[in-house]
Design a protein around this ligand. Sequence first.
Ligand code: NAD
Length: 505
Amino acid sequence: MNAGKTAAPLPRLPLWIDGAAQAAFAEGCAEVFDPARGEAIRLAPLCEAPDIERAVSAAARAFPAWRETTPLRRVRILMRFRELLERDRKALARLVVEEHGKTLEDALGSVARGIEVVEFASGIPHLLKGEFAENVGGGIDCLSLRQPLGVCAGITPFNFPAMVPLWMFPLALACGNSFVLKPSEKVPSASLRMAELLAEAGLPPGVFNVVHGDAAAVDALVGHPLVRAVSFVGSTPVARHVQAACARAGKRVQALGGAKNHAVVLADADLDFAAEAITGAAFGSAGERCMAISAVVAVGAAGDALVARLKERAAALRVGPGDAEGSDMGPLISAAHRARVAGFIEQGVREGAELVADGRGLEAAAGKGFFLGPTLFDRVRPQMAIYREEIFGPLLCVLRAATLDEAIALANASPWGNGAAIFTRDGGAARRFQNEIEAGMVGINVPVPVPTAFFSFGGWKESLFGDLHVHGADGVRFYTRGKVVSSRWPAADAAAPGLGMPTSG
Ligand code: NAD
């Protein structure tokens, strides 16, 4: 800044409550950065209990009428929302690029994957249909139905500003719930934009609300007695914290946590194909994907040939602003995160791993953006920090294993179990991997096996706390609860049931 000149104050984002943008009561705020330029561009309010109270109360007031709105009418609003998302998908993707840093192509892809959940949710009249059995006991019929829960909350991470919120609220709303979303304070704008689009689509005020903030906002939201279910996506320690708070309060929760996803490459694989796929999966979105591959286990003779190919491809990647023509990979989310990932590179070298490609000292890093280039370590051992920790950056570890058994055992010893992939031409080996690997999402020659919206997304072990995964059939179950009705219309002279246990025989 020039001496003597005062910078214009940064714009302060509103909350979205009761169908309108509203200024926060809270005075504190977080700076939202453009990570490619390293500059703060706006402020996100850090909500505390009074703002959370406003949003949850609005959602609670809106719930009864929304619940009574027929599923078909709810879906018509979602269908209009889908058209508006399609109309504005570039603008939405640009917001994602601006605040997160990923490339425009990647951001457009993430919006498209989010739209697929809206499309799945549009089938809710069919998905909510229950079962019916006639004459299960003397003159008794039985039916099952699913009903909405009430106010649901969503808490989302920085890495998918549009897609992860879209994993949650379209299905929650389709099922008849009202919703309060707390996006990451690092990427708050896409959620606000989607709130405006929902209002334009005709969603009644209060059915969908957006608050901002950090831990204090999350704790107030999760702890609010009118919030019935919490969907959380973020790091494992926070997921554990949110899950424990919900368990104490007897609330339904799905808390998706961190990951360290393995790709096992067998010697019979097409190594060019595997290297290309793994490069995209490790360095796409600068490695800030919960389904990124961060550990490769090269089996037997695959090792040297694979590492040579990965090295070549890492060197060819163009790192630059996500909105610049030709960028393959953008910056990391913050200066602190860049420093953390660079710290892991130093530690990897200290611990004796072989640094094959070093992302430090990148030309793009000469500016103020939070850039770090693709980094590749070979001969990583399981006890090293670069393997043990979730780094969430463009750092790929290659480990060596003698056999498929050894590779599976290594991956299964990881505390996380989000995704895992195998590259091979051997159907029998792939089938064994699919059967024995301890991960919720498995790819066979597919590096990032993110299920489409009509299946459910979720990991095992430290990657998910709760029973139900997001979207797909599990999503419908998560946002509804079941009821079974037994009914009898006795004739005037029918005998009343006695004291014995009723049976259907
Ligand atoms: P994070 O855990 O720091 O933040 C997630 C959310 O929790 C944000 O909304 C944040 O404001 C809030 N939060 C942060 N600290 C908190 C605290 N102490 N108490 C209560 N709330 C808190 O995660 P992040 O850095 O935004 O996102 C990256 C992480 O998310 C990675 O670990 C990644 O693997 C994970 N992630 C997982 C999935 C999945 O599907 N399993 C998907 C995307 C991201």
